[in-house]
Design a protein around this ligand. Structure first.
Ligand code: FPP
Length: 232
């Protein structure tokens, strides 16, 4: 792959865990557990190929509508993931970040998130940004409220990033697994010019070779940002 054109920031909607489990007559939570194993492989691969930021959608503000069994399982899985992956993050120079609201998240989970953010803050090879309790509209509204309460009367597009959950570069590439063509309230502000690749693979089946394929597809796209390439 052309190393210097690898997208700096990749965002992923990790969809299809439930369907993966259903196909195997297993509870949806088994699909999420398998999905967390896929995430580990993808994160390690990103450190090797030169991706600098990876944002993954792990729990949306709409996911609270799921059964309490599924919500509790996702909360527990996330907590275990943070505890177990700390070693990997330190060994592979991975910085950990969260994009999302702190509302309704338990104090113990908040503590685990905060300490991992603090412990990995000097790591530089890859920033793993987990969108957890995240909604794109809520992120923008929370940002606007921060602006109002700080008394600022006017901001520019460039300054808006500073009022979002994390001020990191916009993703050049969005990958959605599970074959659906939807944004699902993900990174609404940041995705203005992202290239979108949809994979039919369910997230637990998504492999590093599928990530490479999506990057190849991205590299073949003609990105014009609303302009024209060859002016006659
Ligand atoms: C969407 O699949 C996936 C989620 C709502 C959760 C994503 C969580 C993980 C990949 C694993 C845990 C993550 C961490 C960070 C430990 P779905 O359940 O909507 O699948 P479906 O469309 O097939 O029903």
């Amino acid at each position: 792959m052309e190393q210097n054109r690898i997208p700096k920031h990749i965002a992923i909607i990790m969809d299809g865990n439930g369907r993966w489990a259903k196909k195997r007559f297993m509870p949806r939570t088994v699909g999420h557990k398998e999905g967390s194993e896929t995430l580990k492989k993808i994160v390690t691969h990103c450190t090797k190929i030169g991706v600098k930021f990876l944002t993954v959608y792990a729990f949306s503000t709409e996911n609270w509508k799921r059964s309490s069994t599924e919500v509790d399982a996702l909360m527990l899985l996330f907590k275990l993931y943070l505890e177990k992956e700390k070693k990997t993050f330190m060994e592979n120079d991975i910085r950990f970040m969260i994009s999302g609201s702190r509302e309704n998240i338990s104090a113990t989970l908040l503590k685990s998130m905060d300490s991992l953010i603090e412990e990995t803050k000097e790591n530089k090879t890859l920033t793993l940004n987990i969108a957890f309790n995240y909604g794109g509209r809520k992120e923008i509204v929370d940002g606007i409220n921060k602006i109002i309460s700080s008394g600022i009367k006017y901001i520019t597009e460039e300054e808006m990033g500073g009022f979002l959950y994390n001020d990191i570069p916009d993703p050049e590439l969005l990958i959605r697994t599970g074959g659906e063509f939807r944004i699902s309230n993900f990174l609404l502000w940041q995705m203005a010019y992202s290239e979108i690749c949809i994979s039919d693979k369910l997230w637990p089946d998504f492999g590093v070779e599928d990530l490479d394929l999506a990057i190849e597809e991205y590299l073949s796209r003609d990105r014009r940002y609303g302009g024209v390439k060859d002016v006659e």
